[in-house]
Design a protein around this ligand. Sequence first.
Ligand SMILES: [Zn+2]
Ligand SMILES: [Zn+2]
Length: 134
Amino acid sequence: MEFSDRTLKCIDCGLEFVFTAGEQLFFHDKQFKNDPRHCKQCKAKRTKGGPKVRPETRTTCSECKAETTVPFKPTQGRPVLCRSCFQKQLSKPKQAVEPIPIPGPSAVDVQVAAEDSQAEQQTLVEADSIPGPN
Ligand SMILES: [Zn+2]
Ligand SMILES: [Zn+2]
């Protein structure tokens, strides 16, 4: 089959462009049934500026437990941060040493209160699961 240059019209900008014999041979080799519909400029624009589809994976932030999406596949066992937590991490000075909280009377009180409510909840669950007389 012989190929000769053909002039086609770009469907995007309406400009005529040459579909060269070499390109036609390439299309023939690849078994492309359709002629190219875009000139080189528009084709370049489309491939460069088109909407980029990034693989997004739904996951949970290991810091605030909010549902978030990440543009990569999270590795098992590695912490994943949502955008705001990630920003917080970034704004933290790298060499900063975490302040060790000194347990004062108020801190102890809060802990005890938390334990109390947990114990209460457990009691409730247990009471519910006790089978009735029938
Ligand atoms: Zn064009
Ligand atoms: Zn978060």
